[in-house]
Design a protein around this ligand. Structure first.
Ligand code: PXG
Length: 288
């Protein structure tokens, strides 16, 4: 596996950044997780748009054009002979002096890791995942806007650890008001009385690419889709629930906080959406 750093490729063991990089020292940087399906980089222009919005939000001047970054992503996939894979794109603030100010950083780093990913075993896609609500809350809009895909993922990491310590693989994070925000790296959908419902991004969820794809697919399948705040009660008593994310794709959630959701098995709408997603994913995107 070869890792792209600023236009050059390095073997895995030689792919390094400076300990003075503010991405490492302070989590000062941004990232994207992108999927390659059948030599198509899924929603690549949308991912790059989101990356540039993250950059604007943290006032990181991007010295590359969107096209240059898209070309580099495709090149990294070709260099690694990938047909399917997971692309982790990182932009860090770069090397600088100690101290929070990024003014001494002049060389932002563009890193592209194009590799494989399998987040959950196949069995969980068939039978569904169990999750627990954890004490760690999602970032508030007033603190670090949750739409920024920054290198500060400690909330989400702590949430994941809290869940794992209790024997669960996934966690539900609430926002400061106690409404459902999202899972550790996935958006949440429920099905209730034939409607599909997901929290609005204002509830603290990231505007996920997979979330957006499901919204589009729901319309195509004739499902009514609503964005509205959800409580834990809504999830406990839903007919169906599933999570969406680039790494996990669509995965059924069949239990939350010890309450079985619906029949406790992946539901019909969930399975139809999984099927529809698996049909569009390999054909939609930028050919490498
Ligand atoms: N919420 C958060 C906080 C995320 O970071 C999603 C939802 C799903 O969005 P997409 O666009 O993927 O449908 C994400 C996604 C990684 C990694 O290591 C990436 C994410 C989450 C966790 C790990 O690349 N991003």
């Amino acid at each position: 596996m070869k890792v792209y750093i600023n236009g050059k490729y390095y073997d895995k063991d030689d792919a390094k950044v400076s300990v003075f990089d503010h991405g490492f020292l302070y989590g000062d940087g941004i990232f994207e997780g992108i999927r390659l399906y059948n030599k198509n980089v899924f929603k690549l222009p949308k991912h790059i748009d989101r990356l540039f919005r993250s950059a604007r939000a943290i006032m990181l001047d991007m010295p590359w054009s969107k096209q240059e970054i898209m070309d580099a992503v495709c090149d990294a996939c070709r260099t690694n002979n990938l047909t399917d894979g997971y692309i982790r794109l990182v932009v860090s603030r770069g090397k600088g002096a100690l101290g929070l100010s990024p003014r001494s950083c002049s060389d932002p780093q563009l890193i592209i890791i194009a590799d494989q990913i399998q987040l959950y075993p196949d069995e969980l896609y068939q039978n569904g995942l169990k999750a627990i609500t954890v004490p760690t809350r999602r970032n508030s809009h007033a603190a670090l806007p949750p739409m920024v895909k920054s290198l500060n993922y400690l909330n989400n990491i702590l949430a994941k650890i809290e869940a794992q310590n209790l024997g669960y693989q996934e966690c539900l994070l609430l926002n400061n008001e106690g409404y459902v925000a999202e899972c550790s790296g996935d958006n949440v959908f429920i099905a209730f009385e034939g409607q599909l419902i997901t929290p609005p991004v204002s509830a603290g969820s990231l505007g996920g690419m997979t979330r957006q794809t499901v919204i589009e697919l729901a319309k195509k399948l004739g499902y009514e889709l609503i964005e509205k705040p959800l409580t834990r009660f809504d999830v406990w008593t839903a007919d169906e629930c599933f999570l969406t994310g680039t790494a996990a794709k669509l995965i059924p959630l069949v239990e939350l906080d010890g309450r079985k959701i619906g029949t406790g098995k992946p539901g019909e709408m969930t399975n139809n959406l999984i099927k529809a997603f698996n049909e569009v994913a390999p054909v939609e995107g930028v050919k490498i």
